[in-house]
Design a protein around this ligand. Structure first.
Ligand SMILES: NC(=O)c1ccc[n+]([C@@H]2O[C@H](COP(=O)([O-])OP(=O)(O)OC[C@H]3O[C@@H](n4cnc5c(N)ncnc54)[C@H](O)[C@@H]3O)[C@@H](O)[C@H]2O)c1
Length: 284
């Protein structure tokens, strides 16, 4: 029996890298929403794993996360970028700034996001609806597109993780946010197909209840003050009700989200693309 021919495969991974405690040595990772809870925790984790990190956010509070990254990895100075992900010109010029500083990034955690108002769909404010979609969908698209162009022009393989959410299944009182996160998953799958021949992998994560942090506090408070048949009007009871929907009976930590992102960005995930990892303690 003749052996079928094996096509030449691109060098997609560095298998030996996962055996070191700094598997991201030589890698540069951009993290958007890096001034926030999940972005900051992930940037620090990637820095500790050897990556040079580029921290981006709309606020210069991103410098605080950069200082934590510098502590985690003294050998690779973090870069900070302040821009609004919804502003196409600002996104483009942020990538031009990187090129001017001779920084070529190969990894992207596309994570900036906004939860939006809490309101029954009947009353949901159109201005806020558009704002949520602009940040969570158009912003994710613009950064992904500029990053892909940046990689393709450098002729390098890479990996992208987009921040979706378990709200993609339809969280009560969160019409815009839920719609936006379903869109992130669809965008991820299309981008994975469109970028595969450049050896650029694209995946997403869907966290559920993650804490402590601003989004957890805010959703507990606002679900309590927004009438619905699903939640009590007392924040302490809302917190219990939410945790009650999680088979593991607790909220997840920031680092548990960061660990999933690290895996998807790593060479250990070199054959995984167009996939969404649910970081949800089993909640769905
Ligand atoms: N925390 C959770 O429970 C949870 C659950 C599911 C999904 N997520 C998603 O994870 C991501 C991070 O969430 P987090 O908990 O760290 O929230 P966070 O509010 O702490 O961080 C979000 C960050 O995004 C930045 N941002 C918002 N609008 C921006 C814009 N226009 N341009 C640039 N940056 C902008 C904010 O300044 C902030 O630093 C979000 O996409 C969120 O939807 C969070």
């Amino acid at each position: 029996m003749t052996t079928p021919p094996t096509p030449d495969l691109p060098p997609a991974r560095r298998p030996e890298a996962s055996l070191t405690n700094q598997p991201f040595l030589g890698r540069t990772a951009i993290v958007t929403g890096a001034a926030g809870d999940i972005g900051g925790a992930t940037a620090v984790r990637l820095a500790a794993a050897g990556a040079r990190v580029v921290l981006a956010d709309v606020t210069d509070a991103v410098e605080v996360a950069a200082a934590r990254c510098a502590e985690a990895n003294a050998t690779a100075t973090p870069v900070t970028l302040v821009f609004d992900v919804t502003d196409a010109d600002a996104v483009r010029s942020a990538f031009e700034d990187l090129a001017a500083q001779d920084v070529t990034a190969d990894l992207l955690f596309n994570n900036a996001g906004y939860q939006g108002h809490f309101s029954n769909v009947v009353d949901y404010d159109i201005t806020d609806f558009r704002r949520v979609l602009d940040i969570n969908v158009t912003g994710v698209f613009l950064v992904l597109q500029s990053f892909a162009r940046h990689l393709i022009s450098a002729g390098r393989p890479g990996a992208i993780v987009n921040s979706a959410s378990m709200a993609h299944g339809g969280a009560p009182n969160m019409a815009a946010y839920s719609a936006s996160k379903a869109a992130v998953i669809a965008l991820t799958k299309t981008a994975a197909k469109d970028l595969a021949h450049h050896t650029i992998r694209v995946n997403s994560i869907s966290p559920a209840l993650i804490g402590p942090g601003e989004m957890w506090n805010r959703q507990v408070r606002l679900q309590a003050t927004t009438p619905s048949q699903y939640f009590s009007d007392r924040p302490d009871e809302v917190a219990e009700q939410m945790i009650g929907t999680v088979p593991l009976r607790r909220y997840g930590s920031l680092d548990e989200v960061a660990a999933a992102v690290q895996f998807l960005l790593s060479d250990d995930a070199s054959y995984i693309t167009a996939f969404d990892i649910e970081v949800s303690g089993g909640a769905n």
